[in-house]
Design a binder for this molecule. Structure first.
Ligand SMILES: O=C(O)CCC(=O)C(=O)O
Ligand SMILES: [Fe+2]
Length: 353
């Protein structure tokens, strides 16, 4: 595992321009893959420039997200999933505890409200996928909302898939290595909104916007307001603020890449503090995490080249479906996940704020 560069205590989340990936020379591609490998080994987060997603798609998506969260609470609550196991629809504020996805208790429910959409079994009629893992989406009756959100999923999903091609190169694997793990990937978009009504009492110190967690899948494409709140944990156990540079999308690696690479690549712990202004008032912040999580039935075990001779892999084999169910059972259904001991230990060892 490498070490991230901090300058005056501020962690450098590398900006990586991938625009030359498609048509560049072999040297261009090797350069991009090398930068990705370095960021993946040292930080687990990166800022992708040259991603090719038009500003117009981001603006239309942000407008849709605003229109949704501005709906009256009773209309939003009518869009809740029938049970917490169904990772779709609306999640009211103070419903989830993300740190339970690691099995670490939290004093209070996380502040965020969210709206989730994802891959549906109906999109793969030939595969007879289980509806429990690929449930139908729940859409609000907001003109243009579904179109803007689906377009964002197409764009973010395209970027995630392009990135897995770069990851394969960076790991010395065939270009299409990840294809059999992702041809019916369980992708989910979680739109997050951090806001408190004016009348709320001041927040407790341990109130989280979103509790500490790692992302569960392969790779996350994270669109976020340039409002402080997001923090990532470095390999020395210190939290650092992260703000995306204008025009960049944040990208972070999820647990499956850590498992495949035996922690050569990092699934970085992150959290969101309640976003506040200089006077300590909570201000509005928006983000949207597109999770490229892999096929629910894909088996995940360590890549052969990543286990040093004479040692055992750091993680036991699992399937995407089992791993996601354990994680979501923690965050959404309040059942502490006992199967993330390595990530939980990293959080427990984190230094105070
Ligand atoms: O709000 C953010 O910036 C991060 C959100 C996040 O980590 C998530 O949705 O998994
Ligand atoms: Fe996350």
């Amino acid at each position: 595992m490498g070490r991230a560069t901090a300058v005056n205590g501020v962690l450098d989340v590398p900006v990586i321009d991938i625009s030359a990936w498609a048509d560049g020379t072999a040297a261009d591609r090797a350069g991009i893959a090398g930068e990705i490998d370095r960021a993946a080994r040292t930080v687990g987060f990166m800022q992708i420039q040259g991603h090719g997603i038009a500003d117009a798609a981001a603006h239309a998506f942000a407008a849709a997200l605003d229109a949704f969260f501005a709906l009256p609470m009773d209309e939003k609550k009518a869009l809740r999933a029938p049970s917490p196991d169904v990772n779709r629809g609306y999640t009211p504020p103070r419903t989830e505890k993300l740190s339970l996805s690691l099995g670490v208790p939290a004093a209070a429910e996380d502040l965020f409200e969210a709206f989730n959409v994802g891959a549906e079994a109906a999109a793969y009629p030939d595969l007879a996928l289980p509806a429990a893992h690929y449930p139908a989406n729940i859409w609000p009756a907001l003109p243009g909302f579904r179109e803007a959100v689906e377009e964002w999923c197409t764009q973010a999903g395209g970027l995630a898939r392009r990135l897995t091609g770069i990851f394969a190169h960076a790991l010395g694997l065939p270009a299409d290595h990840f294809a059999p793990f992702t041809d019916h990937s369980l992708d989910v978009l979680r739109m997050n909104h951090y806001l408190l009504p004016e009348r709320e009492v001041p927040l407790d110190r341990d109130q989280m916007g979103m509790g500490a967690h790692t992302d569960y899948g392969i790779v996350t494409v994270l669109w976020a307001d340039r409002v402080p709140g997001l923090q990532i944990l470095d390999t020395d156990g210190r939290w650092h603020d992260v703000l995306p540079e204008p025009g960049c999308l944040l990208v972070n690696l999820g647990d499956l890449l850590a498992r495949w690479t035996n922690d050569r690549w990092l699934s970085t712990l992150h959290r969101v503090l309640p976003p506040t202004d200089a006077t300590g008032r909570v201000v509005r912040r928006r983000s949207a995490a597109f999770f490229h999580d892999g096929n629910w039935d894909a088996e995940i075990s360590c890549l052969p080249g990543c286990v040093p001779a004479g040692t055992e892999p750091l993680y036991p084999p699992t399937t995407v479906g089992r791993h996601l169910a354990e994680k979501l059972g923690g965050s959404r259904a309040g059942k502490p996940n006992a199967n993330s001991p390595r990530e939980a230990a990293r959080l427990r060892a984190a230094k105070g704020d």
